[in-house]
Write a protein that binds this ligand. Structure first.
Ligand code: BG6
Length: 470
């Protein structure tokens, strides 16, 4: 563990959660529905209740976080606990819950990093078009303003988690409600509108002089041509523009550059799609682009891409059956497996070099990103329960995290300002499209009893954390 001594005092060492994935209690204390409640009920596959029962058991989880060496935790506020319909009068029971949670974190020396939106738009707003309807942006700004004024104990804010994942899963992949497949117009428009919402909130945060720091979270998924030919490289560039570059440009350059738009336009043309930018949008986005205090980067995996001209198809592997994923994007590319690159049980490529590449790229091409935190990284795995008090063997997770922390350190040594690492996830939790057997937690949750157990990685992660300042 010698290398970890390279990290500075105060390095943020945390675990991440999202409200809907951990809280449960979806019908408690006046909470409104989100975009997920009826959708999941209609599917009948998984219930979001009680998930990890964090709504009631947060004291235990925060205590475990402290005990196992974490100095920070990522949580999100459920918009529909604060404003059950997305707007109107605040729900005092919901507000009180988050005050209790934040107070508990702070009392334990576990700093809360708080997102305002993590894939959980209130149902009323979702029914009216979600981010495709600009009324959602107005409502989001009011909700954010309320939270900044109310939760003054929070010093580290993120507006929206993974703008692209939401847009992509809702309108391209179709595994998030409303489950459109390859609706490319909505897929690009949702990205722009979410970015606009983020920008308006950042501008407001600064204009009103709220204390603390604000930023947003992008998941970055590097795209590599495989095999490396000019045609495949172009396919990779097209996918990269849609998955990474459009939002990175907008967030930190305050414009979608001509080079980026040339790729986006080609991709839109190939799919008979279009993007609408209204007058004034880019001024708002420009103003925000220099005002982010930091950047939250989630990283899981890259894609390897071969050019593809056929029709779009996607067989989403939600079952955990290895080898069943396939993604082909008309006029863009198809995902291929690169020999020698291991995959998880859900066909996700295991490739720490991708984290290194993205850290370097962001620091080099997007200096307005300033300080970077890895706000999510981890391995989805079918951990097997060994009985009460028995260590769960997750050597694969240890190896995964170890190699990714190594990549982070390498980027740091080369000058990238990375100040924190949050493992996804703090405890086992509800995985949106996969349910409960895709576990990521630092702590094991027995979903029958809600008992927490320790994994090998829990102890290993504490050892790693012990050698860093904080
Ligand atoms: C990120 C999200 O995209 O990846 C999390 O921010 C999510 O909410 C995580 O759970 C892992 O994805 P999945 O589909 O394996 O749960």
């Amino acid at each position: 563990l010698k290398r970890v001594k390279q990290l500075p005092d105060g390095f943020v060492w945390g675990g991440a959660t999202a409200a809907y994935q951990v809280e449960g209690a979806t019908k408690v204390d006046g909470k409104g529905k989100t975009m997920w409640d009826d959708y999941l009920a209609a599917q009948g596959r998984f219930s979001p209740d009680p998930a990890s029962d964090f709504y009631h058991r947060y004291p235990e989880d925060i205590e475990l976080a402290k005990l196992y060496g974490l100095n920070a935790v990522r949580v999100s506020i459920a918009w529909s606990r604060i404003f059950p319909d997305g707007a109107g009068e605040p729900n005092t029971a919901g507000v009180a819950y988050y005050h209790r949670l934040f107070a508990d974190c702070i009392a334990n020396g576990v700093t809360p990093y708080v997102s305002l939106h993590h894939f959980d738009t209130p149902k009323r707003l979702f029914d009216d078009g979600d981010w495709l309807n600009r009324a959602t942006i107005d409502a989001f700004v009011r909700y954010a303003d309320f939270c900044f004024g109310e939760f003054t104990e929070v010093q580290n804010w993120f507006t929206i988690n993974e703008l692209i994942s939401l847009a992509f899963s809702q309108y391209i992949q179709g595994n998030f409600p409303p489950s459109h497949h390859f609706d490319v117009t909505s897929g690009i428009q949702a990205q722009h509108n979410e970015l606009l919402a983020h920008a308006r909130v950042v501008n407001l945060f600064k204009e009103k002089g709220y204390a603390g720091r604000i930023g947003l979270i992008h998941v970055l998924q590097p795209v590599y041509a495989y095999p490396e030919t000019p045609a495949n490289q172009h396919a990779a560039d097209l996918e990269d523009a849609f998955m990474n570059r459009f939002l990175l440009d907008g967030t930190f350059k305050g414009e979608y550059t001509d080079a980026t738009m040339a790729l986006i336009d080609e991709l839109l043309d190939a799919n008979d799609a279009h993007l609408t930018i209204e007058p004034g949008d880019m001024e708002i986005i420009k103003a925000a682009s220099t005002q982010n205090d930091y950047f939250g980067m989630n990283y899981y995996q890259p894609s390897f891409v071969t050019a593809y001209a056929g029709e779009s198809t996607n067989s989403f592997n939600g079952t955990g059956e290895k080898g069943t994923s396939a993604f082909k994007f008309k006029g863009v590319g198809q995902h291929v497996k690169k020999p020698g690159v291991d995959q998880t049980d859900w066909d996700w490529n295991i490739y720490p070099e991708g984290m290194y590449d993205m850290l370097k790229r962001v620091a080099t091409e997007y200096p307005n990103s300033k300080t970077i935190y890895i706000t999510e990284n981890g391995l989805g795995y079918k951990d097997e329960y060994q009985g009460v008090g028995q260590l769960i063997n997750d050597d694969k997770r240890i190896d995964f995290i170890d190699r990714h922390v190594e990549a982070l350190l390498q980027a740091r040594v080369e000058g990238v300002d990375v100040q924190g690492y949050f493992v996804w996830s703090l405890q086992d939790q509800f995985s949106w499209a996969n349910g409960y057997n895709k576990r990521y937690g630092l702590f094991y949750v027995n979903f029958d009893t809600q008992a927490r157990e320790i994994k090998k990685s829990t102890l290993w992660f504490r050892e790693l954390g012990r050698t860093i300042g904080g």
